[in-house]
Design a protein around this ligand. Sequence first.
Ligand code: P61
Length: 456
Amino acid sequence: KHYVAEPYKIKVIEPISVTTKAERERFIAEAGYNTFLLRSNQCMIDLLTDSGTTAMSDNQWAGMMLGDEAYAGSRNFLHLQEVVREYYGFRHIVPTHQGRGAENLLSMIMIKPGDCVPGNMYFTTTRAHQERNGATFVDIIVDEAHDSQLDLPFKGNVDLSKLERLIAEVGAERIPYLCLAVTVNLAGGQPVSMANMRAVHKLCAAHGIKVMYDATRCIENAYFIKTREEGYADVTIAAILKEMMSYADGCTMSGKKDCLVNIGGFLCMNDEELYQKASELVVLFEGMPSYGGMAGRDMEAMARGIVESVDYNYIHHRVAQCRYLADKLDEAGIPVVKPTGGHAVFIDARAFLPHVAQDRFPAQTLAAELYVESGVRAMERGIVSAGRNRETGDHHRPKLELVRLTLPRRVYTYAHLDTVAEACIAVYKRRGRIAGLEMIHEPKVLRFFTARFQPL
Ligand SMILES: CC1=C(O)/C(=C\N=C(/Cc2ccc(O)c(F)c2)C(=O)O)C(COP(=O)(O)O)=CN1
C-alpha cells in the first residue's frame, strides 16, 4: 500500500513538550480522567480534535497581515463573500465566529417549539441548539451507520424510507428543515453520496422542506465521492463541492475544519427572507453581518483557506494519513470503525474492552489509558458524549462507543502516526487488565467537556 508524502515542507515548527509516564499518571488524575481537562503542554501528540488545530499556510499567514479591521464593509468580508459564492454557490453568507454561531442563528430563525429536525446521526452542538429552540432531533441515517464493522462506501447516507415515514407521521409543516451532515462525525467521518444528496433534495423539495447541510467536513466528503462514487473519478474536488451544495438550500459551516483556519464559520442560504432574519440576529450574537465575530484578518485567512482546501493534493494526503493510521491498527487486530473516515480513526472501545460495561465508560477509560501510555490525547465519543435522555433521565446508550484519534490538518507526519499506533498496540496487549471508570462530577449540559471520573 502506498501513502502519499506530505505535499508541503515545514517552515516554522512548534516544539512538542515531552513528558514521562509517571508525570502523565499524575496529569490524568488531576484532569479527572477526562482528556478535555488536560493542558496542551501535557499532551505530546494531540489528537483530541481536528477543529481549529490546522496549520495555516504561508499564504494564509500573509493574508493575516492584510486584515481590514474596519467595523463595517471590510474588504476581507467582501473577499470571503466572493470566495464562498464561487466555491459553495450560495447567494448569501452570514459570517459567524465558528460553527456553533451558525447553528445558533439557524436554529433560532427556523425552528418553532414542537418541530422535528431530521438528520443523519446526531452531533452534540447541532442537537443542543435544535433542542434549545424546542425541536426534537430525529435520526434518519441508514441503519448500517450504527455498525462499526460494516465496510460500506457511504454510511452517512439518509434512509429515504425513514424520512418518508417521518413526513407522513408528523407532517411537513412541523419539519422546518432537514440537517444533512457531510461527513458524519460521530459515525466515524462517514460520507454521503451525491446520489443520496440528490434524492434527499428531491424528496424534501416535493414537501416544501428545506435542506440545510452541516458542511463542516464537506471537502472530505467531496474526496470520497471522487474516489468511491461512479462517474466522479475525473471530476475536480471544486466541481464536486459545487454540485454537492447545489442540492442544499443553505449550510452551516465550522471553518475550523475544512476551511483550514483556527477560528471562523458561516451560515449560508439562498432564501432572501432567511437572509434578512439571519442578518437581524447576527448583530445580536456575532456582530455586524460583515464580520460575524471574526477580525478582518480571520476572514482573509478563511477566504484563502477555502481556495487551498479544494486542492486535490492537500485532501488526498489528508485522507491518506487517516488510512495509514487505521491500516496499522487494523493490521494489529485493533477494532476500528470501517471504512476509515476523512478526519480521524475511531477505535471501537466496546470491542477493545468487552469486559467493561458501557456505564463504566469504556471509551473514556481507553482514552485515559492511551494518554498515560504515550501522551497521545484522544477524544471520547461514546456514552459520555451522548449525554442523558431528556425524558427518562437515563444515559443515551449509543451503539457506537468510540475513541476518536482526530488528525489535525497539515500538522503531524507519518512518524507521529507510527508512535500513535505503537501506543494503541501496547494498550491493546494489556487490555484484559483495564477496569472501567465511575463518573464523580456530571455537568448538566454537554457533560463530556468537563465531567470528572475516577478508576473503579
Ligand atoms: C460536524 C460538526 C462538528 O464536528 C462541529 C464541531 N466539532 C468539533 C468541536 C467539538 C464540538 C462539540 C463537541 O461535543 C466536541 F467534543 C468537540 C469536533 O471536535 O469534532 C460543529 C460545531 O462547530 P464549532 O466547533 O466550530 O462550533 C458542528 N458540526
